[in-house]
Ligand binder design. Structure first.
Ligand code: ATP
Length: 334
């Protein structure tokens, strides 16, 4: 155990949606272990909250054990436990929170509830080494432009209806592609040649995507699916990049951190880079595995809480909040 002397460790549990994950990080934010188990959507194409929770409950013991084994640690070696408190699917969130509370109670460990979006934000800025970025979260749960101001991450633009991830997944479902549809749509869009004009929804720094989805669905069968996917991506991403540019001029940051599952899309990344270059701003994103849900982002935020001396939450107050917004969360470490 010599190598472990003086080090502190946080175990993070993620269960907001499709992924049940456990990770351990040390106080230098090194990843010691990172284990995930993603629910298969099967024939239904979408995410069923009840089936997802059943999946998480079934895999939780193995995922936890594997994370400890990978780290060569015993649960008693952990200094604190963090879990994603929301936003997300209630039944799925409850599994992660229950496991976290059980560990905290039985082994007398400090417990930190973590906002899932802040997990995306802090992991991205930490690993990219961005000190004060504008953050763009694009996933199934979020499509938001955020900046840190007066002690909290604040929203400077967001979708007014569906998220960018939902847009991709819902269109994909209509052409028979199961969840998650985004990666496959990216592939199909690469073969598109003709740009079809589509409804372009932006209000201030906010995006509107449902009209675009309806329009794209109505085109199915009337023109090539490659051209629809291509035009859908071009339109949806242009709206996001334009909203980001508007936000950027308001907060004047020098870095943009792109995160969430859709950040893995190369076309989106390149469009964001072209816009940022004009403003002398740097864009960064993490490798794919850290864009989608994982336990590392939760453990990292737990470690940031612990290192900043923030009071842990008593087990009986460690709840889940399905609709919690980033603004509701105090950030003691920035
Ligand atoms: P959140 O993290 O906000 O809770 P989430 O649970 O949906 O949302 P993620 O794993 O971050 O979590 O994102 C999944 C989404 O990312 C899905 O909608 C998926 O289709 C989309 N996605 C993944 N890869 C790509 C890609 N290459 N292009 C477009 N979309 C993608």
């Amino acid at each position: 155990l010599g190598w472990r002397m003086g080090r502190r460790y946080v175990l993070g549990i993620e269960s907001t949606a499709h992924t049940f994950a456990v990770a351990i990080v040390d106080d230098k934010l090194n990843v010691i272990s990172d284990v995930r188990d993603v629910v298969r959507s099967g024939e239904t194409l979408g995410i069923d909250p009840k089936l997802t929770a059943e999946h998480h409950a079934n895999v939780a013991p193995q995922v936890l054990e594997k994370a400890l084994n990978e780290a060569g640690m015993d649960i008693t070696d952990i200094d604190a436990v963090a879990y994603s408190m929301g936003p997300g699917l209630g039944p799925a969130l409850r599994i992660g929170a229950t496991v976290a509370r059980a560990i905290a109670h039985k082994f007398k460990k400090p417990l930190y509830p973590v906002h899932h979006g802040i997990g995306h934000i802090e992991l991205t800025s930490t690993l990219l080494g961005f000190k004060d970025p504008l953050v763009v979260i694009v996933s199934g749960g979020h499509t938001s432009i955020l900046s840190f101001n007066l002690g909290r991450w604040r929203t400077y633009g967001e979708t007014l209806d569906i998220t960018l991830g939902n847009l991709m997944d819902m269109f994909a479902r209509k052409i028979g592609i199961p969840f998650p549809g985004g990666p496959k749509i990216e592939e199909i869009a690469r073969k598109g040649r003709k740009y079809i004009e589509m409804p372009y929804g932006i209000k201030g720094n906010n995006m509107v995507y449902s009209g675009l989805l309806t329009y794209a669905i109505q085109l199915i069968g009337r023109t090539s699916v490659e051209d629809i996917a291509y035009s859908l991506q071009e339109t949806a991403f242009t709206v996001l990049v334009e909203a980001t540019e508007r936000a950027l001029t308001q907060v004047s940051k020098k870095e943009i951190g792109l995160t969430g599952g859709v950040a893995s899309n190369d076309r989106l990344y390149n469009m964001m880079c072209s816009m940022a270059r004009e403003h002398g701003v740097k864009v960064g994103r993490l490798e794919k595995k850290y864009n989608s849900d994982n336990g590392v982002q939760i453990a990292v935020v737990g470690m940031l809480y612990m290192k900043s001396g923030y009071a842990p939450v008593p087990v009986e107050e460690a709840v889940i909040k399905q609709r919690i917004r980033v603004e509701e969360v105090e950030i003691p470490w920035r």
